[in-house]
Design a protein around this ligand. Structure first.
Ligand SMILES: Nc1ncnc2[nH]cnc12
Ligand SMILES: [Zn+2]
Length: 354
């Protein structure tokens, strides 16, 4: 099945919220090599040497760890404030052309501070791009800091203390947890989330990657120990009816990333994503790009891949779009505006796509 051109226009125009995109994962091979040369960064022996070689490598990940190994090396080309700004601006511009209206984006502070980059360099660079996108593109934006699961908890706790001033200034709006899942159960980070609740501003978002490669027990632990109000990925929740019931009752959003799951061999095909199960059980979810430069598609490509696999109705898509707005960290007046935009899109396309 392929998506027909009217459906494609509808999906392009549908106002979108992205809740799961790592800014470091938007580093396209072209920009990576450009920054490496601009900053005189010598990439390690064995690292692909050309855009073509790197793009080829991106198409052949064995699993999450295979991707992460390349991802952490890739981000070493980010050195100056301008580099972080250029990276985020390229993503925002591109996603805006695909109907992005609101984004809650991740960054990995330890991936930069561990190699000696100052916190201000990272935050100011990203913030410049985000505030510019708000002004020039009309996108609303939030920044979420992720802790790396593979590093010691003490390192994460220190990072949380170091970044507290940026939360207090209202420059960072939430806490997430990413990197290697298997072997790093969420319980390990209980103390970090407790620190956040006691020290970060009220209203901050708490989320965690869980149930990507790991089973439903990872999701269960994230809910129990980290008390998150959102789960990143979470597709393995469908294996446990009790967890599915909890997610629906508590209105916990799953930020699903179809092309990422395919590239990392979590699923063989997008048709294996639990889209119908989620719709039928009332578990809210959004569709996201994760690391679009690495996984072969930005937000619209992910919407199209889902449509291609599931042939959803316009009503299904309106449900997805409205849930994405409802579960976003934005005030009621912005939500109202986005609902109005979604309604308009629905009325434009409902007869055309009957
Ligand atoms: N898909 C993913 N899973 C875990 N950590 C990540 N960091 C960047 N992308 C990630
Ligand atoms: Zn992710």
């Amino acid at each position: 099945m392929t998506v027909d051109s009217t459906m494609e226009s509808f999906l392009r125009e549908l106002p979108k919220c992205e809740h799961h995109v790592h800014l470091e994962g938007t580093l396209e091979p072209e920009l990576l090599f450009k920054l490496a040369s601009r900053n005189n960064v010598k990439l390690p022996k064995g690292y692909p040497k050309t855009v073509e070689e790197l793009s080829y490598r991106y198409e052949h990940f064995k699993d999450l760890q295979d991707f992460l190994d390349l991802y952490y090396v890739g981000m070493s080309v980010l050195q100056k404030e301008q580099d972080f700004e250029d990276l985020a601006w390229e993503y925002l511009n591109r996603a805006h052309s695909e109907g992005l209206e609101h984004v809650e984006c991740f960054f990995d502070p330890q991936g930069h501070t561990e190699r000696g980059i100052g916190m201000d360099v990272v935050i100011h660079g990203f913030r410049n791009a985000l505030t510019r996108a708000e002004k020039e593109l009309g996108i609303s934006t939030k920044l979420i800091m992720c802790l790396l699961k593979h590093l010691p908890v003490a390192n994460s706790l220190q990072t949380m203390k170091d970044f507290k001033p940026y939360y207090q200034k209202g420059w960072i709006h939430g806490l997430g947890l990413d990197s290697t899942e298997i072997g790093n159960l969420p319980e390990k980070f209980t103390e970090c989330y407790k620190y956040g609740r006691e020290n970060y501003p009220e209203g901050s978002l708490y989320t965690s990657h869980a149930g990507e490669e790991g089973g439903p027990e990872y999701v269960e632990q994230a809910l129990k120990y980290l008390k998150v109000s959102r789960i990143d990925h979470g597709i393995h929740s469908v294996e446990d009816p009790v967890i599915m019931k909890t997610l629906a009752e508590r209105d916990i959003l799953l930020t699903v990333c179809p092309l990422s799951n395919k590239r990392l061999q979590v699923v063989d095909d997008v048709s294996e994503e639990p889209i119908r199960e989620l719709l039928e059980s009332g578990v809210p979810f959004s569709i996201n790009s994760d690391d679009p430069a690495y996984f072969g598609g930005y937000i619209l490509d992910n919407y199209l891949a889902v449509q291609n696999a599931f042939n959803l109705s316009v009503e299904n898509w309106i449900t997805i779009a409205r849930n994405s707005v409802r579960c976003s960290v934005i005030d009621d007046s912005r939500k109202k505006d986005l609902y109005t935009m979604i309604d308009k899109c629905f009325h434009k396309y409902e007869a055309l796509l009957d």
